[in-house]
Ligand binder design. Structure first.
Ligand code: DGL
Length: 255
């Protein structure tokens, strides 16, 4: 039975969604969380849409079976492939999916914005609609990054990859981090661009939306200290837990 103290289930292909989990914990420290990273099957961005859908369904089922009162899809690729289907399957619980922060970018003072995301996200109908609906004074340039999430997942050096990417892009004054792995290389992205640019990340809006949805459903935790537990589908749960501790230290030094 779902209770206010039941956990919020959060999933991603791997460690990327920890950037969203950190923001969820910052905005809702009293909640309990279960984070599932599907490291066995990462990266999702170069898989077929059907594969991402099937893997997302497995992740969601596992979290719901563990008693999740709500699901946060902390993966832009999985949201594009599976959010509609998961909302049909689990119609009684709130399901929030992260999407590239295209809207705040389009409403900012920026004039030429690169929207970085995985190939599967960029090819999705949801993404095309997001770009179409927000096109106007600000030019939005979709930039598929086929290898970037995998490199970040494996802890590889991304500097050469990013230098080449931005050299071919020309002038931009804004960048949307349309994959939850990308905030972990924000400094490397800024260095590759080589000048001041505004960065847009969907994590803040996703966490705020999760809070609103739980509040509307009367499902916010009553108080007390929240707990976070971690599952990695490759069996190394401790790896994700350790990564999360490092992430929170670096994204929110005061937390
Ligand atoms: N972090 C995910 C996203 O936001 C997926 C990255 C991947 O596994 O390719 O799109």
């Amino acid at each position: 039975m779902i209770k206010n103290a039941s956990p919020i289930g959060v999933f991603d292909s791997g460690v990327g969604g920890l950037s969203v989990l950190a923001e969820l914990v910052r905005q809702m420290p009293n909640e309990n969380y279960i984070y599932l990273g599907d490291r066995k099957n990462a990266p999702y961005g170069s898989r077929t849409t059907d594969e991402v859908l099937r893997l997302s369904e497995e992740n969601a089922k596992r979290l719901v079976d563990l008693g999740a009162k709500c699901l946060v899809i902390a993966c832009n690729t999985a949201t594009a492939a599976a959010a509609d289907s998961l909302r049909r399957t689990y119609a009684t619980i709130p399901i929030v999916g992260i999407e590239p922060a295209v809207k705040p970018a389009a409403h900012s003072a920026c004039r030429r914005v690169a929207v970085l995301a995985t190939p599967r996200t960029v090819e999705s109908a949801r993404f095309s609609e997001l770009i179409r609906a927000n096109s106007g004074a600000c030019e939005l340039i979709p930039v598929p990054c086929p290898r970037l999430a995998g490199m970040i997942e494996r802890g590889e050096d991304v500097r050469d990859y990013l230098s080449e990417l931005f050299a071919s892009l020309g002038y931009v004054d804004g960048i949307v981090l349309g994959c939850t792995h990308y905030p972990f290389v924000k400094n490397e992205i800024l260095a590759a661009v080589g000048r001041a640019v505004e960065i847009f990340d969907g994590a803040v809006g996703t966490a705020a939306q999760t809070k609103r949805r739980l509040d509307a459903a009367g499902l916010l935790a009553d108080g007390g200290e929240g707990r976070v537990s971690f599952i990695s589908t490759d069996g190394d749960d401790a790896y994700i837990e350790k990564f999360f501790k490092e992430v929170t230290k670096c994204l929110f030094p005061k937390m």
